[in-house]
Design a protein. Structure first.
Length: 393
């Protein structure tokens, strides 16, 4: 069991009337001149953006609207937001939307309080010492950014997708109304659920096997997400099922399911290269890689994969054939991905096979030209990365 620090300062307001509290939360956490950051589309069509703006107007809070966020949020927009915040003397960033809006808002918050280029944080050249306060109104449960210390930004000029984590990036508050997820398309719903589950799976697949309470919490979360995935796809307006998914998204990435355990993150880091290069949906990129990664590494800790098969996927244990049980668990997860219409190979993800040249480039980027490794359950070097990408075709 590893020593750990569990820090989760975000105030969460959850439920049908959650967004009615936006203005009071903004004022509670010191917002007087607010940048409302969003993508467009659904938050505009649904009237949510107008509702948030009306609340702030009635509360006497000044604000500037700044839209344009896209999936795999872009560095250029972050830089533009930083300059806007400085010009307008913004003292809080309020994201309205999903993970892309939240991550872009966090990056802007870092950049406003930094004299250099905000990309320095993502490139590992600097560490944040402060940031503007950030609040979020969540419309798409997936990234868990509303309660995590991390954000991910894509440098579109270099096709480089990088993450950065800091306690200064944690949101002061998160407003979550499951009703706002009823109109999510099935593909986005499934990709979000895959991302949520992977946030806990990246922690669960660990060589640390002596933190039973954390393991049981992780297994319960994964079972709950799997069960409710079928429910929300069958009935998108099932409030109870949507609520399980939305709350699961927050818990999966706030550190709860890693207490006392070592994180892996190999799949996430390898997927970041896929979505950086090809601009694919993050959750779908994860499902395209995970079955191959799992088959590549499972012998490192067969016992962990057996527990996953039995306690998460509900399969019977065969003590005489642990490897067989482990492989059946991987197959069952692969079938779950198929059931929710997610790709299980990179060929399905892209609509064509990765070329050998592309695989070389993906592994080069992920390994920083061979300078770093990824993963903790099994450490993967550049050649391992190439093998996983190749086998995922």
């Amino acid at each position: 069991m590893r020593d750990f620090t569990y820090y989760t300062p975000t105030e969460v307001v959850f439920g049908r009337s959650a967004e009615d509290h936006v203005a009071e939360l903004v004022k509670k956490y010191g917002g007087h001149r607010v940048l409302i950051h969003y993508g467009g589309g659904s938050v505009v069509r649904s009237g949510l953006l107008d509702k948030v703006c009306r609340q702030l107007e009635e509360a006497g809070v000044a604000f500037i609207k700044f839209g344009g966020v896209v999936p795999n949020p872009r560095l250029d927009l972050v830089r533009e937001g930083i300059e806007l915040c400085r010009k307008e003397r913004i003292d809080m960033v309020l994201a309205v939307g999903g993970g892309s809006a939240m991550d872009s808002a966090k990056a802007i918050a870092y950049g406003v309080r930094y004299d250099g280029d905000v990309w320095d944080f993502f490139a590992g050249k600097a560490k944040a010492t402060q940031a503007l306060p950030v609040g979020v109104v969540v419309t798409n449960p997936a990234t868990g950014s509303e309660m995590s210390d991390s954000c991910v930004i894509t440098n579109e000029q270099e096709k480089d997708k990088r993450g950065y984590s800091s306690p200064f990036g944690r949101c002061r508050f998160a407003v979550s109304n499951p009703e706002r997820t009823f109109t999510l398309p099935p593909y986005q719903t499934s990709a979000g659920i895959a991302d949520i589950m992977m946030h806990t799976m990246e922690r669960y697949f660990s060589n640390d096997m002596d933190m039973a309470l954390t393991e049981h919490l992780a297994e319960a979360l994964l079972r709950t997400l799997k069960e409710n995935a079928y429910r929300v796809l069958a009935d998108p307006a099932d409030y109870v099922a949507r609520a399980q998914v939305m709350w699961g998204g927050s818990l999966a990435h706030n550190g709860l399911t890693e207490c006392g355990m070592e994180r892996d993150w190999a799949c996430h880091k390898m997927e970041h290269e896929l979505s950086g290069m090809f601009d694919v949906t993050h959750g779908a990129g994860l499902t395209a890689l995970w079955p191959t990664w799992a088959r590549y590494v499972y012998k490192t800790n067969v016992e962990r994969f057996v527990r996953f098969a039995v306690n998460v996927m509900g399969l019977p244990n065969n003590p005489e054939d642990p490897e067989g049980t482990a492989l059946k668990g991987i197959e069952a997860m692969e079938q779950f991905y198929r059931d929710i219409r997610m790709p299980v190979t990179t060929t399905e993800l892209l609509g064509r096979e990765l070329t050998d040249t592309e695989i070389e480039e993906l592994a080069r980027r992920c390994s920083h030209d061979g300078a770093i490794t990824v993963g903790k359950l099994r450490v993967l070097g550049r050649e391992d990365m190439k093998a996983v990408y190749k086998l995922s075709r």
